[in-house]
Structures are given as structure tokens and as C-alpha cells.
Design a binder for this molecule. Structure first.
Ligand SMILES: *Cc1c(COP(=O)(O)O)cnc(C)c1O
Length: 358
């Protein structure tokens, strides 16, 4: 049976990414050697890294003065690298969920951390607004898409201090004004590549300003200087990332993706709002285009496992909500087809006709 992959991460990738990577694992770039068996210092692999960096810059319109890095350690290591490299005295964080909290916790190891606002009291169902960013903070950290709670900051904000963003789960889903950010990072396994590689887009001149010594591997300047080749980079995930970037470009880039993502998410949110059995959990204006969270309406609560069962029978995978929200979460990343969303909607309608009490 055909499967529809709504997993939150690792998650669905373009068919081209998977197929091209399989081919390269067998015979990389005509070398007669497999991608897992080549030197990362070979000219063929250097060409892969160069093209991936160039495509990130092109697709996101990255201005001069920024570096694009492919590192290991996941977004979780960035939670530590960011304050290690940038926090001299004080940092400001916006607390919008589980990942934001994890980032904040690491920063506290390096200096004073101001939590400018939090939506914790409402189980992170909205994005706080009208907060004040301290002008004397070394940087301000946001999580643009809250993968677990299904909320998203839809516009690039203006920050009086260096803006740092965890974009793990919405990178390449919409156009971004990179010039407003000092540093953007994320694990690749949501919208770009298999797990194992982290992307970082960093403005070079924000670095080198803290007085503490930084271990070589945790210093962004090491990786800028060596073009992400200080040590052996995650070769296979970087190759796969390049395939996704090429796919993105061929489809029309992030503008086209944004259009498609709005369409897919719009269809599903409309059904959630229309269907008597379900309701959304996130504040309407902050609803994520990437992770769509919904639960059963109170009078139908006992039907949750039945819906899960029906959806599974219809080929849907990964729609169980995170344990901190419950209910369901459909992750509608770039590579998820509109067809998958339509199949989920049909399943919700079918379930309503079976169970609606009115
Ligand atoms: C998945 C995720 C992370 C964690 O990424 P790792 O690469 O597993 O460390 C961090 N932030 C956000 C927003 C995520 O969605």
C-alpha cells in the first residue's frame, strides 16, 4: 500500500534526493567508487560542497559577508555553540516551546539569559508578541517554527541586537530576509536531508567578540576557514542535501515552495476548522505551515485511537501528536505532496461521516 509520510523528523524527502543518493552510494560522480567510500578531500566531493553552499546562498539570497557551513552535532549542538561564540555578558531568548527551552538552558552555562517572553502558561499554543528585546544583549534567539507545538513566526522580525534563529523545521519553506539575521541554524533532517548534517548561515563579523577561549571544533571560525572541512564532514547527508537543493531550485525556489506550503496547510486547516470532530491547537494567526497540530473535539475525545487506526489503514504514517500536545500532528514539509494532504482530509471526512453525532 502507498504510504504517506507525515513524520516530524526525520521526515519525507523528495524522491529525487533518495534516488540520486542511492545511485551515488553505488557510483559517485563517475569515479567508480561509492559515495561512502571516497575521500572527503577528493575534487569530486569538494565540488559537491561548493555547489551546496552556492545553492543555499542563491536560494535564500544570502548577502555578502555571510558563510554557509555544514557541520555535525545537530541543532542541539548549536544550542551550545551559539552562546559559546556569541555570549559575552547577556543574551535574550524567546521561549516558544521545547526546543527554545533547550537552547535557553545551554545559554545559561555561558552568561546571563533574559527570557523576553514565554507562552509556556498556555502550553505554547501561541507566539508571544509585543515583548522588549534588551538593547544591551549580545544577541536575541528565536525558534522560527515550533515543530512540537505547531506554531511559527511568519515574518522576519526586526531586532536591535544580533538575531539568531533556529530554523530546523522551516528552512527553505518560505523566503527569508537573511540580512536581518546574524546566524541561522538547524538540523537538516526536517526539510533538507537525512539526519547527520547541520546547516549554519553566519555573518562573519559577529564572530571573534567573546573573550573566552573556544575549543577548536566549537569555534565557527574554524569551519569558516576550512570550508566545513576541518574534519571529515557528513559526506552522505551533504550529498543528499545538494540533491534537495537542486530539486528546490528546479521547482522554482523558496517562493514557489511557500506558495505550495500555504496551499497544503490551508487545505488541512480548513478541514480541521470545518470538521465537527476535530479542532486545531495553535492560535490561528500563529499556525505553522510545517507542523499542523489538531485534537479531537471534547465530545469525541474517546475516538482518538479509532481515528489513528483508520488513518493508519489508509496509509498515513507519523500523524500521532507529540506527547506534550497529544492528538495529531501532520508534518507538511516541502517534500510532502498535496496528494498526501488530500488523502488525510478524505480520511477525516470519512471518519466524520462514520461518527458525527449531529
Ligand atoms: C528537531 C529540532 C531540533 C533538534 O535537532 P537535532 O538535529 O536533533 O539536534 C531543534 N530545534 C528544532 C526547532 C527542531 O525541530
Amino acid at each position: 500500500m502507498k504510504k504517506y509520510n507525515f513524520n516530524a523528523g526525520p521526515s519525507v524527502l523528495p524522491k529525487e534526493t533518495v534516488e540520486n543518493t542511492i545511485k551515488a552510494i553505488e557510483n559517485f560522480s563517475g569515479t567508480g567508487l561509492g559515495l561512502m567510500e571516497i575521500s572527503h578531500r577528493s575534487k569530486e566531493f569538494q565540488a559537491v560542497v561548493d555547489e551546496a553552499v552556492a545553492l543555499v546562498k542563491e536560494l535564500l539570497n544570502v548577502p555578502e559577508g555571510y558563510s554557509v557551513l555544514f557541520l555535525g552535532g545537530g541543532a542541539s549542538l548549536e544550542f551550545c555553540m551559539v552562546p559559546y561564540n556569541l555570549l559575552e555578558k547577556k543574551a535574550a531568548y524567546l521561549n516558544t516551546g521545547t526546543w527554545a527551552n533547550k537552547a535557553l538552558k545551554e545559554a545559561k552555562l555561558f552568561g546571563e539569559v533574559v527570557e523576553v517572553a514565554s507562552s509556556k502558561e498556555a502550553n505554547y499554543t501561541y507566539i508571544p508578541k509585543n515583548y522588549a528585546i534588551p538593547a544591551d544583549a549580545d544577541y536575541f534567539h528565536i525558534t522560527t517554527n515550533n515543530t512540537i507545538f505547531g506554531t511559527e513566526i511568519h515574518e522576519d522580525i526586526d531586532s536591535p541586537v544580533t538575531l539568531v534563529a533556529d530554523m530546523s523545521s522551516d528552512i527553505f519553506s518560505r523566503p527569508v530576509d537573511v540580512s536581518k539575521y546574524g546566524l541561522i541554524y538547524g538540523g537538516a533532517q526536517k526539510n533538507l536531508a537525512p539526519a547527520g548534517v547541520t546547516f549554519v548561515i553566519v555573518k562573519d563579523d559577529i564572530l571573534g567578540k567573546v573573550s573566552r577561549p573556544i575549543p577548536t571544533m566549537l569555534d565557527y571560525r574554524t569551519h569558516i576557514k576550512d570550508g566545513s572541512m576541518f574534519n571529515t564532514p557528513p559526506v552522505v547527508p551533504i550529498y543528499a542535501a545538494l540533491q534537495t537543493l537542486k530539486w528546490l531550485k528546479a521547482l522554482g525556489g523558496v517562493k514557489e515552495m511557500y506558495k505550495r506550503n500555504k496551499e497544503k496547510a490551508g487545505l488541512l486547516y480548513s478541514e480541521i476548522d470545518r470538521n465537527k470532530l476535530f479542532k486545531g491547537t495553535a492560535a490561528v494567526e500563529d499556525r505553522s505551515l510545517m507542523n499542523i497540530c489538531f485534537v479531537m473535539n471534547d465530545e469525541y475525545k474517546d475516538l482518538e485511537s479509532d481515528f489513528y487506526k483508520l488513518a493508519t489503514e489508509r496509509g498515513m504514517v507519523g500523524i500521532k501528536g507529540h506527547r506534550s500536545v497529544g492528538g495529531f500532528r501532520a508534518s507538511t514539509y516541502n517534500a510532502l505532496s498535496k496528494e498526501a494532504v488530500e488523502v488525510l482530509i478524505a480520511c477525516m471526512k470519512e471518519f466524520e461521516s462514520l461518527h458525527s453525532k449531529h
